[in-house]
Design a binder for this molecule. Sequence first.
Ligand SMILES: Cc1ncc(COP(=O)(O)O)c(C=O)c1O
Length: 433
Amino acid sequence: MNNLESFWMPFTSNRDFKHNPRLLVRAEGVYYTTTDGRQVLDGTSGLWCSNAGHCRKSIVDAIKKQAELLDFAPTFQIGHPLSFEFAERLIHMVQGFSHIFFTNSGSESIDTALKIALAYHYSRGSTTRTRFIARERSYHGVNFGGVSIGGISANRKQFSSLLNGVDYICHTHNIKHNAYSKGEPEWGMHLADDLERLFVLHDSSTIAAVIVEPLAGSTGVLVPPKGYLGRLREICDAHDILLIFDEVITGFGRIGTAFASDYFAVKPDIFTTAKGITNATVPMGAVFCRNGIYEAFMDAPEGAIELFHGYTCSGHPVACAAGLATIELYQNEELFKRSAELAPYLEEAVHSLKGNKHVVDIRNLGMIAAIELEGVNNKPTVRAMEAFKQCYDKGLLIRTTGDTIALSPPLIIEKNQIDFIIDVIRRVLRSIN
Ligand SMILES: Cc1ncc(COP(=O)(O)O)c(C=O)c1O
């Protein structure tokens, strides 16, 4: 008998879970099935990742076929065609980018992007550019690079002093000015100028890159104010600083375009992806580099390795097969367009919760929405966690971050299923304390 003890669960209250487990055994479309045979509507695309819904046949078939044909091949000094084919396919999804570095997760994509940024400046002889500027209330995964540039104290405090040479601009969340904004808030573009404040302390010539999530997901769905990202771009350009977007959540249709950089019409120099790249069927991530980044490394002596970085499973054949099938599915079903078309419906539906007990803000962009609850005094997260449990018991999977309920349903969701999500949350808000 499995007593559920040996698996040390990530980002989980292990004792609480093991006392009252919630186990999923099957998935199809927008539904999970639990061990006790109940259907649970997936209001979060697993973990912001199953954008095309679950167990899609074409992806499953591609994985099976590839696993039988070539289960693994190294990509250090030797290769296999699929990784080149997949990189080429990805590059054609976005203008101005020429090279892809494959990883196995969002966290690895972040560390890779940081290392490429440092090595890029080094290759060009700008050896003073070693500092990163990140943002408060950001989440960039859990590796040491990502935690160092991350802006969540709980994720940092157990792990000592982390990377040196990181500083933070202020976050953009402000309920006083922007509560109940639909889409991008009107107020807050000027917060990008906080970057210039840091130049007083750290001369801009010491900064390698600025890194932000275009829309911060895991810290409560913080939609950037109108003009904010463009302003960051302008400041970075004026000081020869690279701009990195973390698109691990926003990539692959989540806000109605392939990438957030398309939606906001602001091009970063490097951007990170993972999750939706394979519909999360096989772990994978990819770092996109704009024209000119890779070329800066190509002055290395003939035969020399140009970048001393890589993972055993970078460009894994089964992940590439899954990724190729995923992109094909996104395109065949026009899921990014569908995401843009459904977004106004989700917006209206979620904002209809205004006025319910505990609700202090509602915000949204694309197929992402958040309902912020007032926290219980001295017990942050408790109220939202209670909402999570009650939703699950009523057949709905939501994600909570702090005291915010975050929704990011699969892009194949139907309107009546969005209605179900809102109805369950409304009932739960009435019943929680
Ligand atoms: C913006 C962002 N960056 C990085 C990560 C880390 O990705 P992973 O959990 O695949 O390492 C996440 C995960 O949610 C994320 O939201």
